[in-house]
Design a protein around this ligand. Structure first.
Ligand SMILES: Nc1ncnc2c1ncn2[C@@H]1O[C@H](COP(=O)(O)OP(=O)(O)OP(=O)(O)O)[C@@H](O)[C@H]1O
Ligand SMILES: [Mg+2]
Length: 367
């Protein structure tokens, strides 16, 4: 297994800058997920790591060695595509052993390797079948099996689950996670599905327009998104953003929210950080996850509580999503199921420890 480093890599297609000076590191055994909307450059980056596309600038390093000039076959990398790209006329056994055959691996070694990997992926009963005789999930496992028999240093996956139906996708996600835990391999995995990224990754790289927005552990990305784009992209429903003005009160950060009736609200949003200094008296966005906005239980800080009316209730089964207004901002609170109805007056509180302050001009988290 191996480490991977992408150092200041750029990619141009004619006049289009598909990637602008991207740097990414994956330690040995890392499950690195590249996450971002369509067209942000995820597949391009993966293709350059694989050696299928040359870089326009920068370096790709595997185990500390620059591999820019190495052909794909010499990079010790296996790639699993969204389409799986299985050979339709070969059965599963042949699909899995073909690469080794081309490289001149002797038959007994090939055979042992196919059987070892097939057992691992539980496709040993399918070795005689053609791809057309397999389900989507089985094809996906064969594509992974074909990559695994090579024993590569790094695995690259480009949206390998996107062709599967929702239930199978969740099952295969778990399988993939188990496989990673068992083998401890280094994986770079592309997806535009934020749940997939959260559940699989040891490290998430959020991309937009060919540039990295944030690279961190999934929980860090969720709890402390670096900017409004990341805040909006991760989490469903999205993080609430309440417009207000930042104030300091004896070391505490307060966000003053103007209301049409009942006067201004001053919401306690945690300690007044040093970085907040230059924003005192300035417009800010108070970011708070729906689950950090709950019914006031009387045990929270009164300065973080406020009265409001529920406009809409959306039950999810596990909880009720309640739409309420705070000043001129619409926000969603995650409330216990079955309790409240539209029109109810409720007292809500935010968790000040989970409150974030964003600069609306730069769109960055202030910290
Ligand atoms: N061979 C190419 N020639 C010209 N432009 C390209 C080429 N490949 C990709 N692009 C452009 O580069 C940008 C990034 O494409 P890329 O395929 O990496 O996006 P992606 O993040 O994988 O998107 P998706 O989620 O839709 O697969 C896009 O604007 C795309 O149109
Ligand atoms: Mg792509």
């Amino acid at each position: 297994m191996a480490s991977l480093e992408v150092r200041n890599v750029s990619k141009k297609f004619g006049s289009l800058a598909a990637l602008s000076s991207v740097s990414v590191q994956a330690e040995d055994g890392e499950f690195l997920v590249l996450l971002g909307p369509s067209g942000c450059g995820k597949s391009t980056l993966l293709s350059m790591i694989a050696g299928l596309e040359p870089v326009s600038a920068g370096d790709i390093l595997i185990d500390g060695r620059v591999v820019n000039e190495f052909a794909p076959k010499d990079r010790d990398i296996a790639m699993v595509f969204q389409s799986y790209a299985l050979y339709p006329s070969m059965n599963v056994y042949e699909n899995m052993s073909f690469g080794m055959k081309v490289r001149g691996v002797p038959r007994p070694a090939r055979d042992a390797e196919v059987r070892r990997v097939a057992a691992l992926l539980q496709i040993d009963g399918l070795l005689d079948r053609r791809p057309s005789q397999l389900s989507g999930g089985q094809r996906q496992r064969v594509a992974m099996g074909r990559a695994l028999v090579r024993n590569p240093k790094v695995f690259l996956f480009d949206e390998p689950l996107s062709n599967l139906d929702a239930k199978l996708r969740v099952e295969m996600r778990t399988e993939l996670k188990k496989l990673h835990q068992t083998l401890g391999v280094t994986i770079v995995y592309v997806t535009h599905d934020q749940i997939e990224a959260m559940t699989l990754a040891t490290k998430v790289v959020v991309m937009r327009n060919g540039a990295i927005q944030q690279m961190a552990a999934p929980q860090e990305i969720y709890d402390r998104p670096a900017n409004l784009f990341v805040a909006g992209f991760i989490g469903s429903p999205a993080m609430n953003l309440i417009r207000g003005v930042l104030e300091e009160d004896r070391g505490r950060a307060l966000v003053r929210v103007a209301r049409a009736t009942d006067g201004d609200l001053r919401l306690f949003a945690g300690p007044f950080l040093a970085a907040y200094g230059q924003y005192a008296g300035a417009p800010v966005l108070l970011g708070i996850r729906p689950e950090a906005l709950t019914l006031a239980a009387g045990d929270g800080d009164e300065r973080a509580a406020f009265d409001t009316r529920i406009d809409v209730i959306e039950p999810t089964g596990a909880d009720n999503l309640a739409l309420v207004s705070v000043g001129d901002s619409d926000v969603i609170a995650r409330l216990p199921p079955g309790k409240n109805a539209a029109g109810d007056r409720v007292r809500l509180q935010i968790d000040p420890e989970r409150a974030l302050i964003f600069d609306p001009a730069s769109e960055r988290l202030i910290r």
